[in-house]
Write a protein that binds this ligand. Structure first.
Ligand code: ADP
Length: 486
């Protein structure tokens, strides 16, 4: 086996900075690839959370010199040796990254996001040279890094340092494309001819994600079903045509789970540990959850958990519309979320209206997320679309039964439970509507009444294995495919 050198570029990596699943993937996938014998380095921006977090960092001796808007900017590059492969680099530029949030507040995106991530994308290639790390593969993720493959095919086209490098671009969420006014073309310093239909131009604007799709050697996304969905007009967010053009180079690779982080057997955040042979500890976790959210109900009442970014994608419009009906059923619901102001307000209101039955916490709280996974009986994900989704896979391991809309990675990972054959690991509904969602919840609640059947279902769920190794091997296969091309 050829040992590869891989640079993995991402705008968020757990535990340094996180807004969603990308951070988890950017921590565990590079580690899984490294554990298979490859040399992996990760690069991300140096946000405030990195500087304020208690991380042991060192800086490279030489500074990184980048031109931006006609200025030559020199700044330090930091790195963290987590004691193992992969090493993580941080591109520092306080005017761009020393902020409370990564991309914006609940009121909207930061207005200079184009500048911030043009700067970061340039930094990805420059850092390779500065660190003397000549990569076989540069693996970029989402629009924040998607200009790096474009730079490689333009400004760095004849650079011998990169002559054998291949690029992989992974789409974690097609809805966030990085679309900005045309004037950012000049800021990017890309050749003007790249602003065309065959390039980054998109209805008179510049579309960063389109660049990643057109100029990377191979494109991947995070589930097989989503790889097919994004090539249709319903899920393609205006880029389905561009994706269809490259359909022979698109692969779906399901995300994995880091079970050192997400397993009820070892989880240090939960009230009691448990495993498929002895699930008694789950009851303590449920009692603690009921207490935290000040719910009025016995441990016999099913608790449904939700942990999510509060975004349109996640189905909060149908959830809000179904709430009155759900609250007429014998169940309790807890919601941990942060995001769009309209949903933060709506669910805070609903939390007051249904105090004692619906617990709402508007926050980003990783410890509470673990407690919800462990203490709930069911986990609801009514997503409009879901590229992969991690929480349904975490839930399975905690014996917390997913109720999901059959889309993207949710469709690929959840198999409908059949009480006759006792096979399956969750419940699904197809139509994106409050009615269909309520029907899904009713199916689960009915099954919950039969204790033996439910225990069987929990065991099926806890036995599922989505560890990273299978997917890491698929990525290595894809890297080799790209490298074997002339
Ligand atoms: P997405 O990346 O679209 O947000 P995923 O299901 O892929 O969705 O990943 C979401 C990740 O973010 C999970 O690890 C989940 O636990 C975490 N998460 C989302 N919202 C919160 C929150 N409010 N508090 C803590 N963790 C959260």
């Amino acid at each position: 086996m050829r040992k590869l050198k891989i640079l993995f570029a991402s705008s968020e990596v757990t535990p340094f900075a996180k807004t969603g699943g990308l951070a988890d993937v950017s921590a565990s996938l590079p580690a899984a690839i490294a554990s298979l014998g490859h040399q992996v380095r990760v690069i991300m921006p140096m946000y405030r959370s990195v500087m304020k977090g208690n991380f042991k960092l060192r800086s490279l001796e030489k500074s990184l010199d980048l031109s931006h808007r006609g200025r030559l900017i020199k700044d330090k590059v930091f790195y963290s040796e987590t004691g193992r492969n992969p090493l993580i680099y941080f591109i520092k530029r306080d005017e761009f990254f020393d902020r409370d949030m990564l991309y914006g507040t609940s009121k909207g995106d930061y207005p200079d996001n184009a500048d911030r991530f043009i700067f970061f994308s340039k930094g990805i290639l420059n850092l390779c040279k500065l660190a003397g790390f000549q990569p076989d593969v540069i693996h970029c993720n989402d629009w924040q890094t998607s200009l790096a493959p474009v730079y490689l095919k333009s400004l760095y086209k004849n650079d011998p340092f990169f002559c054998n490098a291949r690029t992989i671009f992974t789409i974690h969420n097609l809805a966030y494309q990085g679309v900005f006014p045309e004037q950012y073309m000049a800021v990017s310093e890309l050749p003007p001819e790249f602003f065309s239909i065959k390039g980054l131009e998109y209805y008179g604007k510049i579309n960063f994600m389109k660049g990643g799709i057109l100029f990377s050697d191979i494109i991947t996304t995070v589930s097989g079903k989503y790889a097919r969905e994004i090539q249709t007009s319903e899920y393609g967010y205006g880029l389905d045509g561009v994706l269809r053009e490259r359909s022979n180079d698109i692969y779906g690779v399901l995300n994995g789970v880091d079970y050192t982080e997400w397993s009820p057997e070892t989880d240090s955040h939960i009230a009691a540990n448990y495993n498929p042979e002895d699930i008694s500890g789950k009851r303590n976790c449920k009692e603690e959850l009921i207490e935290i959210f000040e719910l009025e109900g016995s441990v016999k009442t099913p608790v449904i958990g939700i942990i999510s970014r509060l975004a349109d994608q996640k189905g909060f419009d149908i959830l809000a519309n179904a709430m009155d009906e759900l609250m007429r059923m014998k169940l309790l619901l807890v919601l941990l979320g942060k995001g769009d102001e309209k949903y933060e307000e709506k669910f805070s209101e609903l939390g007051k209206k249904y105090k004692g039955r619906l617990g709402v916490k508007i926050a980003f709280d990783t410890v509470l997320a673990h407690k919800i996974e462990a203490g709930s009986d069911m986990f609801l994900m009514p997503s409009r679309y879901e590229p992969c989704g991690l929480n349904q896979m975490y839930s399975l391991k905690y014996g917390t039964i997913p109720i999901v809309r059959a889309t993207g990675g949710l469709e690929d990972t959840i198999k409908e439970f059949d009480p006759e054959t006792e096979k399956g690991n969750g419940f699904k509904f197809a139509e994106y509507s409050p009615r269909a969602m309520v029907t899904g919840v009713k199916k689960a609640s009915e099954a919950y009444q039969n204790r033996d059947l439910w225990l069987r279902l929990m065991r099926n769920a806890m036995k599922e294995d989505f560890s990273w190794k299978t997917s890491a091997l698929k990525y290595i296969d894809i890297y080799n495919k790209a490298l074997n091309r002339i």
